[in-house]
Design a protein around this ligand. Structure first.
Ligand SMILES: Cc1ncc(COP(=O)(O)O)c(C=O)c1O
Length: 364
């Protein structure tokens, strides 16, 4: 086998189910396993044991939950000879940025379809970064036009492109989080952390939740995983998480008959909507407080769209349900600072339809 880039490793999936390696394309991006650590300051503050899995460190190029999905998605695109990747999301999409970063690294032309969301510093920086990493960008004025353009118009126009679902949440992308579930189970077995009673994670397009639950169940762990809804219900809901998990399982079983059949239900994918606030990308007060608490007690940065809302949910649930722990927080936000790259780009270099996002006041 060819040698792997430094820090990366073969998926745990291929170790657990060796026949998968023949049928499931994959390209190394993730520096695994990501660390797990006790959040001692936060636990003392809360009076309950909380741990974190540092998926913000999945890659020293660009971290967060997206590189795990892209290992399988870009592996698939490479193996099928595609040269162009098309994907999309809000104007601050982390998935779009990760696709631009790793797509360019692997020689793809990356096209991003973007729709509006509240303009924060993070959004402005993301827009500059898409350009810095060479992505072609087009604007879609609202969600409906986005769905039409992404699922119909662009597919007709760009027949030779590999389309990646929003958030990377297709059955192929979800394999990245099945792998993360196996990785976490291995870390529990090696006693790097106690078996969590509950795991909390952010739910945008539902693939991280579906994949992690499937991976844990395949590893024989029945740990409860609770999704915190941070995106519209049409993308973030237990039905979609379950469908993605079932399809990913089917895909695995097609390539490796030793993968067991599992009877997953929506009860395996519970989701909380109470911490969402006004909508996607709208910061909440609870999220701001959770972000400040994590920074003060642990020196770890969260973002207001995904992980701060998720931690606010975890804190509220642990307090109100009197959970003794251990509770695990999955940090899905990239912690690699790409500011130097963003600072090289003047907003005027972006396509004209994006200039408006650099005028006027921001939300934060
Ligand atoms: C930082 C961050 N956390 C969590 C998520 C949610 O993951 P998923 O889309 O798989 O539900 C996303 C992307 O949507 C994200 O960018």
């Amino acid at each position: 086998m060819a040698s792997l880039p430094s820090g990366t490793k073969r998926p745990w999936l291929f170790e657990a189910f060796p026949a998968l390696e023949q049928g499931v394309p994959w390209t190394p991006l993730v520096e695994a396993p990501t660390p797990v650590q006790a959040l001692e300051g936060l636990s003392t503050h809360l009076g309950s044991e909380v741990w974190i899995k540092r998926d913000d460190k999945t890659s020293s190029t660009y971290g967060g939950n997206k590189p795990r999905k892209l290992e399988f998605l870009l592996g698939d695109a490479l193996s099928r000879g595609y040269k162009t990747l098309v994907t999309g999301g809000g104007i601050g999409t982390n998935h779009g940025l990760a696709t631009a970063v790793f797509g360019r690294k692997l020689g793809f032309h990356v096209v991003l379809g973007l729709f509006g969301q509240p303009v924060t510093a993070h959004v402005r920086k993301s827009l500059l970064l898409y350009h810095a990493y060479g992505a072609e960008m087009f604007y879609m004025s609202n969600l409906l036009s986005a769905l039409w353009r992404f699922y119909v118009a662009e597919r007709i126009r760009r027949r030779d492109a590999y389309f990646i679902a929003g958030g990377g949440s297709s059955p192929v992308g979800v394999l990245g989080y099945v792998d993360a579930g196996l990785e976490l189970a291995m870390q529990v077995e090696r006693k790097e952390l106690p078996l969590p009673k509950v795991i909390y994670l952010a739910v945008g397009s539902s693939g991280t939740l579906g994949g992690l639950v499937l991976g844990l169940r395949l590893a024989g762990l029945n740990t409860r995983v609770v999704g915190i809804q941070v995106a519209p219900r049409i993308f973030a809901n237990p039905r979609i998480a379950l469908r993605l998990a079932r399809k990913a399982l089917k895909l695995m079983r097609r390539h490796d008959h030793s993968v067991p059949e599992l009877a997953l239900t929506q009860a395996d994918m519970p989701m909380e909507a109470a911490y969402y606030g006004e909508g996607y990308g709208h910061p909440t007060e609870g999220g701001r407080r959770a972000l400040a608490l994590m920074a003060r007690t642990e020196g770890i940065d969260l973002d207001l769209t995904y992980t701060a809302k998720t931690l606010s949910g975890l804190l509220h649930k642990v307090r109100s349900e009197g959970v003794k722990g251990p509770t695990l927080f999955l940090n899905t936000f990239n912690s690699v600072d790409l500011s130097p790259m963003a600072n090289r780009v003047e907003p005027g270099l972006l396509p004209e339809e994006f200039h408006r996002f650099f005028k006027g006041k921001m939300v934060e």
